[in-house]
Design a protein around this ligand. Structure first.
Ligand code: SAM
Length: 291
């Protein structure tokens, strides 16, 4: 058995052997800490009957740990230069398949239904490229895929926004959108020193347990998310000002006042103080008053 991939000596050897140079534009910061990789696998609860989708395998450091823990790994890597590297590093793991594709263009639902017919739970994971963290996560959540959970490494600041509670400085439309589809929990903070090359910021791991049903009842999801986006358009403004400027317009002030009253939301509050339940009531009332 060759030496583990994600240790400094072997990683350097692999990179030198293939003459690989990092592309900053693709968020290429490879993780080199066995302890953290093991903790990611533990957080994912991956077992021998489970199927795993990995986003951005790089040279395969995390992939190797999932290959050992799970039944099957389907990994999507955008950078074609990494294919010969992965061919070599993944050679001992016949349960890993590498796809040379941009994850944002992949029909994941189809990948799951075609490749994971005989697995127990499905897990999506990855040490995500920083430049597309939020679009990747939201795109996966909105598709309502038949998966159990997702575990991702990301910039610490984004992790804090995803898991934030109402009233906190990090709470915003991203927190509500993520918490509508899943229960995101920050499981650990990871220092920048364990990456090669070292990024500018610290990272964190977030586990998303996918919800069977959303925690609030919403009649029109598209409108619910439009209300939330409008309410947070300018953080320092009140819910009244934000909704008037970004949703209803000045000539519907009476209807806006009636909807806020019906939803029992004081017009002087700021969006960041409203719970998801309050946004759900508010969007229902707004819909009724603004046909
Ligand atoms: N998994 C490896 C590790 O933990 O060391 C590499 C993680 S590195 C932060 C992110 C990886 O995602 C890189 O290999 C990069 O080439 C790849 N990547 C970037 N954008 C991508 C995209 N849109 N689709 C698939 N992979 C992408």
């Amino acid at each position: 058995m060759p030496r583990e991939i994600a240790v400094p000596g072997r990683t350097k050897e692999i990179l030198e052997h293939h003459g690989f140079s990092f592309k900053k534009s693709l968020g290429q910061n490879f993780l080199m800490d066995r302890n953290i990789l093991e903790k990611i696998v533990l957080a994912s609860k991956a077992g021998p009957e489970d199927g795993v989708v990995e986003i951005g395998p790089g040279i395969g450091g995390l992939t190797e740990h999932f290959a050992k823990a799970a039944k099957q790994v389907e990994a999507f890597e955008i950078d074609g230069r990494l294919l010969p590297v992965l061919e070599e590093t993944m050679a001992p793991y016949p349960n890993v398949r590498i796809w040379n594709e941009d994850i944002l263009n992949v029909d994941i639902g189809r990948v799951l239904s075609e490749n994971f017919k005989h697995v127990q739970d499905i897990i999506i994971t990855g040490n995500l490229p920083y430049y597309v963290t939020t679009p990747i996560i939201m795109n996966l959540l909105e598709q309502r895929l038949p998966i159990s959970r997702m575990v991702f490494m990301m910039q610490k600041e984004v992790a804090e926004r995803l898991a934030a509670d109402p009233g906190s400085k990090d709470y915003g439309s991203l927190s509500i959108a993520a918490q509508y589809f899943a229960d995101p929990v920050k499981t650990m903070v990871v220092p920048k020193t364990v990456f090669m090359p070292k990024p500018n910021v610290d990272s964190a791991v977030v586990r998303f347990e996918i919800r069977d049903t959303p925690p609030v009842e919403v009649e029109d999801e598209t409108f619910f998310f439009r209300v939330i986006k409008a309410a947070f358009a300018q953080r320092r403004k009140t819910i009244w000002n934000n909704l008037q400027h970004n949703l209803t317009g000045r000539d519907r002030r009476e209807e806006l006042a009636a909807a806020l009253q019906e939803a029992e939301v004081d017009s002087g509050r700021r969006g960041e103080t409203l719970t998801m339940q309050e946004f759900a009531h508010l969007s229902t009332s707004l819909k009724r008053h603004l046909p």
